[in-house]
Design a protein around this ligand. Sequence first.
Ligand code: PHE
Length: 338
Amino acid sequence: MKDQLDKLRLNALELIGGLDDEKSLFDVRTRVLGRKGELTGFLRGLKDLPPKTRAEIGQLANLIKSELEQKIDEKQATIREKAEERKIGSEFLDVTLPGRRSIPGRTHILNRVTDELIQVFNGLGFQLAEGPEVELDYYNFEALNIPRDHPARDMQDTFYLSDNVVLRTHTSPVQIRTMELQKPPLRVICPGKVYRRDADITHSPMFMQIEGLWVDQGISLSDLKGVLTAFVQEYFGEKLGLRFRPSFFPFTEPSAEVDIQCVICGGEGCRTCSSTGWLEILGAGMVDPALYRFVDYDPEIYSGFAFGMGIERVAMLKYGIPDIRAFYENDVRFLNQF
Ligand code: PHE
């Protein structure tokens, strides 16, 4: 019996000595010391021995058991230590290497100008409103007093997605959407992308507009003039004058095109303003009472004004950018200037 135990011990020690991974070590532990293991089975068999031999062999077997347990534990520690060393070795960090520079992005110039405009109009009490770029014919035209087959549709060469769905040609549909949802008083500013079939150095098929709308009791043309003057002086400079030229839009009456004194020459006349001293920046007017029919407002009680301007145009004037295509080419040399 002693020989048997000795053999078991030597076998196990040899096995343990030759191992170098945790998984095999675990297997050996189970095979020898586990509940169905060799040594465990041996210990269980002791109860059939005469008491004297049982005590002697039992003592020996228990000694071997703790010896093996200790050896396995030691081996496990060594294996883990080696694994750790290997890991540290492979993750060696050369602190003398040059660092990797991370290049932070920045807000696109058009988004920045949009934010600036929103901020100025926020200051004048206008709240942000938005609408979809894929728009129903109804909001883009019908409810803005531009019926089907009306010649005014020619002013905006339109991308039709189907008979009733267009890419919005201006931000004015947000006027209708906002009035549908809210009763006056109402004062909103609505920036966003718009689309027209048009492309040259001052026109892009996709561009941005910002729309303003203020409806309440007793709003008049002088309020429109006051708001736009405050805006121009805040954004472009204290001394710039404004000029209203009579114009036509189906959704405003009366309508005007608004010019500001040239931001480059201050009104003297230069290349940018074609020597006129003036730059056109927006369309505006008093909301045509015909629109109130579509949104269930009483035109006897309420009046309002609306205006819309091209954000690229504003950005070009504010930052002296000569070609509208620069905004969309994504040339970082251009974008990095702002
Ligand atoms: N929607 C008009 C355009 O795109 C601009 C405009 C807006 C005019 C609001 C009057 C009032 O040309």
